[in-house]
Each structure stands twice: as C-alpha cells, then as structure tokens.
Design a protein around this ligand. Structure first.
Ligand code: ADP
Ligand code: MG
Length: 332
C-alpha cells in the first residue's frame, strides 16, 4: 500500500520532547501505535542509548536495526530502532567515502574514539541525519514508513539537538558533512517535521514547555502540539462540600462520622479543590502558548507491557491521541 499522510497528523517526522519523566517515551510509543493503526507502518526511534522502548514493550534490548516491535490496531505495524552514534558514523563513512570494512577496522583498532573525538555537534547531525534518512526512505517508489516518531532528548537539550545541524553546516565549510547538515536543517524546518512537547500539569514542566516552544520557534523549527500527560479526572465537580453533607454521606455509608473524621475529610476535599484551581491556571498558561492542547489520562494500571504481551495501556493512550487528532484536525 502506498504511504499516506494522516490528515490529522500531517507531519512525517514527529519529534517528541518534554521535561524528563513527563512521559516522552510513553507518548512517543503511543503516537507510533496511533499513526500505524489501520494498516500503516511507523518507525519508533530512540537516540540516547537508554533502551526505554524495549523496556516499555517488554522486549530484549533493541539492536541498531529496524525491527517489528508491535502490531497496531487494524493491521498496522510499529518498528523500532535504537540509533547508536558509532554505528551511524560507520554507516555514514561507508556511504560517502566507501570506507566500509576499513571503517570497521579503524573502529577495532580503537582509532575512532567516539566518546572523545566526535564533536557533540557532529554526533547530533549523525543521529538526526539517520532519522531523516529513515523518514524519507523509499523502496519501489513508495515510502517505507508512513510516519517516524522520535523519542527525543528532553526540553533542556532539544534546541541544541535539533539546531546543531545548522551549526555544523557553519563548522564544516565544504564536503559531505556540510551537505548532510544543510539537508537535515532544512528537513527539520519543513512541514515534514513537527515537534510535540509532553508535559504534566505541574509548574516546572509547564515552564519548560513554554521555554522550549519559544526556543524552537526562534530557531524556525516546526512545532506540533502540547501534550498534557497523566491527567487525573477531578473528584469533586460541584465545588466545596459542607460539613453536614459529609456527615450524612459517612452515616449513609455506615462509616464513623465523628467531628475529627469530618474535619479531616473536609481538609482533604479543600486541598483537592486548591489543586484543581492550580491545574486550571497551568492549563491556561499552556493554552497561551498557542499550540493545540491534547490531554492524555493517567493510567492507574501503568503503561508497560508485561512479558511481551499486549501493550494495553499504550493502546489506550494511542486511541486518545487518535481521537484528539480527529477533533482538532489541524495538528501538525
Ligand atoms: N499516562 C500515564 N499513566 C500512568 N503512568 C504513566 C503515564 N505516562 C507515563 N507513565 C509512567 O511514568 C514514568 C515515566 O514515563 P516515561 O515515558 O519513561 O518518561 P520519560 O521518557 O519522559 O522519562 C514511567 O514509569 C511510565 O510508565
Ligand atoms: Mg524516556
């Protein structure tokens, strides 16, 4: 089947960032499942050597090789890849200088000390270059992937990671590194790419979301949506509860309804209402950023697939992402 762009999520490369621990890896995986649904094929990529994807899907560590990691609803397929900068460099040397075996020999001899000799900028251009290559790869006149989802570095480093391509182009005045850098820089600034920022309804991640959006905008990098992860539904929707009402409820449930119990419950209810008011404020701050907002629920059962079984939690989040995409229909 020829690759088709998803009208609700038109980008081909979806970069998922966010403050560490907000659910970047989880949301990236759920998005890869959502975009593969209905017989499509997506690639889920990680670049930081954490093996977070393998852990999430309950599989063995990922090699530097694309391989099927999950079925998507309706016959689609998600493949996964852990990009290793060392392997990416060898592939790159091979492509441009036909170094092939010689490159590997250099590696064996320890002549290429990757950790110390590759400038961070070059390392990043190798990683983003590999991601661009997978996104644009075609076989038999058709794109191999309908979409690629990148579990990217966190908000604090995302600007440098994605901008380095332009910096490297300046660093290397001529030659394949310069061409590669310019190609990647243009790709990341085109409508083919969208960066989504994952956050929680908490002060720090919301602040980092606003900062990252401002930074990426100034770099000319295409933004997608702001994804609020792990939201809990409000327990109280009708405002404050009176003492009498609490006491009646406790009595009706056959529970102790002494003065201390009632006062304790009342304090908890008030704290919850205060929390809800803070969350509303943070939601308004996120709204002011001016990107589409998508809210994903907190899953009490967790999201990790047990023993390579069905990723039930991820599928729930994938469904929520698809539904949100259809609702807004303008998501990048
Ligand atoms: N919607 C959710 N509901 C419940 N737990 C979640 C949800 N999203 C993420 N988690 C859990 O939160 C933790 C951090 O998520 P992870 O995706 O690894 O974050 P990051 O990649 O940003 O560090 C993990 O234990 C994950 O299972
Ligand atoms: Mg992660």
């Amino acid at each position: 089947m020829p690759a088709q762009r998803n009208r609700s999520w038109p980008a081909r490369l979806h970069v998922v960032t966010g403050k560490g621990g907000t659910g970047k890896t989880t949301v990236a995986a759920a998005l890869a499942l959502a975009l593969a649904a209905g017989g499509r094929r997506t690639l889920l990529v990680e670049v930081e050597g954490r093996q977070g994807i393998a852990q999430l899907f309950g599989t063995d560590p990922l090699p530097y090789k694309e391989r099927r990691i999950a079925d998507a609803p309706g016959g689609g397929e998600v493949r996964a890849l852990a990009v290793d900068p060392e392997e990416a460099l060898l592939e790159y040397l091979d492509m441009f200088y036909k170094l092939g075996m010689a490159g590997r020999a250099l590696q064996k001899l320890g002549a290429i000390d990757f950790a110390t000799t590759i400038a961070p900028g070059v390392r990043d251009v190798l990683l983003t270059g590999k991601v661009k290559e997978a996104t644009t790869r075609a076989e038999g006149g058709h794109r191999v992937y309908d979409a690629v989802v990148l579990d990217a570095p966190p908000t604090g480093r995302i600007g440098r990671f994605l901008n380095v391509t332009a910096e490297t182009a300046r660093l290397a005045k001529v030659g394949p590194i310069k061409n590669q850098s310019e190609g990647v820089a243009a790709f990341l600034r085109s409508p083919m790419t969208a960066v989504h920022v994952v956050t929680l309804l908490e002060e720090m991640p919301v602040q980092e979301t606003a900062d990252a959006v401002a930074e990426l905008t100034s770099l000319g990098i295409s933004l997608g949506s702001v994804i609020v992860n792990a939201g809990r539904p409000p327990l109280l929707t009708d405002g404050r509860i009176g003492q009498a009402e609490l006491r009646r409820g406790l009595v009706a449930a056959g529970l102790p309804a002494d003065r201390d119990t009632v006062a304790g419950l009342r304090a908890e209810a008030d704290a919850h209402l205060t929390r809800l008011a803070i969350e509303d404020g943070l939601r308004a701050d996120l709204g002011a950023i001016g990107r589409p907002l998508i809210e994903l629920p907190w899953l009490a059962e967790g999201v990790e697939a047990a023993g390579g079984g069905e990723p039930v939690g991820l599928l729930t989040l994938a469904e929520a992402l698809s539904a949100a995409g259809t609702r807004t229909a303008t998501l990048a």
